[in-house]
Design a protein around this ligand. Structure first.
Ligand SMILES: [Cu+2]
Length: 151
């Protein structure tokens, strides 16, 4: 009887720390899952919003004036009837794209289907004048180009 009691109380003392450990681990895991998300949304909220409309065949505005070290939230909308792209490889190479948005930029451009909108958090890191155009066939010749001036 005494042995059984000793075993019971022994089990009791090990069960309590185990459940505490489990709940501590669970909250730590939850914290690590939500932290990058919170950081990402906080960064996006601090970014200066810039609306850029892509149409057949123009960027509005066609000149973007930006400052190095300032975080911007590009809101690209394609309100044209065709697919267009925001093609600025030199600008993107000279900028920090937020990790959450890196997948939206491929070979220095963002592709948008007709009616599509894309948000992009970008921080220019080098001053310069960078060309912007639509990479689709003949679109830049039809007037779909512009520039990005970073000071
Ligand atoms: Cu285009």
């Amino acid at each position: 009887m005494r042995d059984a009691n000793a075993r019971d109380s022994g089990r009791g003392t090990t069960i309590i720390p185990e459940t505490i450990m489990k709940s501590v681990l669970c909250s730590l895991i939850a914290l690590f899952i939500t932290l990058p998300e919170l950081a990402g949304s906080a960064a996006a909220q601090n970014a200066a919003p810039i609306n850029i409309a892509l149409t057949d065949y123009a960027f509005t505005p066609s000149t973007l004036n930006l400052e190095t070290g300032t975080m911007y939230r590009f809101h690209l909308t394609n309100s044209g009837s065709k697919a267009h792209s925001f093609n600025a490889p030199e600008f993107f190479a000279a900028s920090q794209i937020s990790p959450a948005d890196e997948g939206k930029v491929e070979s220095g451009r963002v592709e948008l289907d007709s009616g599509e909108a894309v948000d992009l958090t970008v921080t220019p890191s080098r001053a310069g004048t960078y060309s912007l155009d639509c990479s689709h066939f003949m679109h830049s010749m039809l007037g779909m180009d512009g520039k990005i001036v970073v000071q």
